[in-house]
Ligand binder design. Structure first.
Ligand code: PMP
Ligand code: GLU
Length: 396
């Protein structure tokens, strides 16, 4: 068998791999604490469960319109109107089986082989692989020296006549950075001037802490509306990762094509999950406030605990639920006589020896770092960071 070039060069999702390994070790009875998954540990909101049960009882278990049930699309529009003052028509919304597939569908509508897509690194694992699956080429703009926020001059510098899209993710996975107004306005103006489409992934928009504020790029720079596809969903803020519901909003012409692609890939997302998402969008505001409070407390706790761990450095995240930790000073040291060569090796040893799962930064174009997801309980955070500290203290 000869696999396609596409399949041969594809890297499996590092985040999903860590989650799978941690879960397998737990099943074997190992006391694993996972900071791997970007997945809240809370139950999905009551309203989501209620709407899902009702949907099953009413027999809503058949195909729905390919781009989602009208009620959910209307709820998404009304959310965007309430939260950001943006008016989108239900016809310009596509509901998909998670934000992930919508990102891919958007890219597949915009990128021809050889086209370039700007990605700000560190970046979430799936962006680059999805671009490559579409035959595109990622153009990485490193933000590690600019507080995880892109430098506009650098963005202008890398644009070529092949640049089709720019992927913006704020709040950011894995850095937790929240883009400021000036940068977003600058990126919007570049997109309009150079006719580049912005894929604006704001799946963590409700998860910002302290004085930080999330900015919606189209609300901030209305002139970029026809150049922007917004990606969001219920996975993170509503703790509904397993239901697999995301939504995209954008200009009619593009959204019609995104819907058409989805019609050939998955058809509609799960009918019952769509009703669950409807319940969440309509009646889970109180749950969101509660979960946000827990995340904020966990963030304070983990930052305090990490502050006591030797040899590591990190920038305080303002959003999402990740801390990107620089472990470069620990690399080159030995654990049980074995020299830690890189962040992948560091994470392997940490999991095998201390039963703590974290994701290597190189999966996010951040070599020498590890991503710590604090979407788990306070007790787990305390015990897990204690184990990380002991692991590092024992390095020689
Ligand atoms: N974008 C980012 C930045 C993410 O971290 C994730 C991870 N879940 C997604 C999109 C996809 O989310 P989902 O498919 O669960 O809706
Ligand atoms: N987005 C989450 C993460 O980065 C969930 C896993 C995935 O889809 O990559 O961990």
């Amino acid at each position: 068998m000869v696999l396609s070039e596409r399949a041969r060069t594809l890297e499996p999702s590092a985040t999903l791999a860590v989650v799978a390994k941690a879960k397998a070790m737990k099943r074997e009875g190992k006391p694993v604490i996972s900071f791997g998954a970007g997945e809240p540990d809370f139950n999905s909101p009551e309203s989501a469960l209620k709407y899902a049960v009702e949907a099953m009882e009413k027999g809503y278990t058949h195909y729905t319109p390919g781009t989602g049930i009208p009620e959910l699309k209307e709820a998404v529009c009304s959310y965007y109107s309430r939260r950001f003052g943006l008016e989108y028509a239900p016809g310009d919304v596509v509901v998909g089986a998670g934000a992930k597939i919508l990102l891919y569908e958007a890219l597949s509508c915009l990128v021809d082989p050889g086209d370039e897509v700007i990605v700000f690194a560190p970046a979430w694992v799936s962006y680059v692989e999805q671009i490559r699956l579409c035959g595109g080429k990622e153009i990485i703009v490193d933000t590690s020296e600019t507080s995880s926020i892109p430098d506009l001059n650098e963005v202008k510098r890398v644009i070529s006549d092949k640049t089709k899209c720019m992927m913006i993710n704020s709040p950011n996975n894995p850095t937790g950075a929240v883009y400021d107004e000036e940068t977003l306005k600058g990126l919007a103006s570049i997109a309009v001037e150079k006719d580049i489409v912005i894929i604006y992934d704001e799946i963590y928009e409700q998860l910002v802490y302290g004085d930080a504020a999330h900015h919606q790029i189209v609300a901030l720079a209305p002139e970029v509306r026809d150049h922007t596809i917004i990606i969001n969903g219920v996975s993170k803020a509503y703790a509904m990762t397993g239901w697999r519901i995301g939504y995209a909003l954008g200009p009619s012409e593009l959204m019609a094509k995104v819907g058409a692609v989805q019609g050939h890939l998955t058809s509609n997302p799960c009918s019952i999950a769509q009703y669950a998402a409807l319940g969440a969008l309509k009646e889970a505001d109180d749950d969101i406030v509660k979960m946000h409070g827990h995340f904020s407390d966990r963030r304070d706790l983990i930052l305090k605990l990490l502050g006591d761990v030797p040899l590591i450095e990190f920038v305080e995240p303002q959003g999402a639920f990740y801390v990107l930790v620089n472990v470069k000073k620990a690399l080159g040291k030995s654990s049980d006589g074995e020299k830690l060569t890189d962040d992948v090796h560091f994470c392997q040893k940490l999991l095998d020896k201390s039963y703590v799962a974290m994701v290597p930064g190189s999966a996010f174009f951040a070599p020498g770092h590890i991503r710590v997801s604090y979407s788990n309980s306070t007790e787990e955070i305390v015990e897990g960071i204690k184990r990380l500290k002991e692991f590092i203290e024992k390095l020689s």
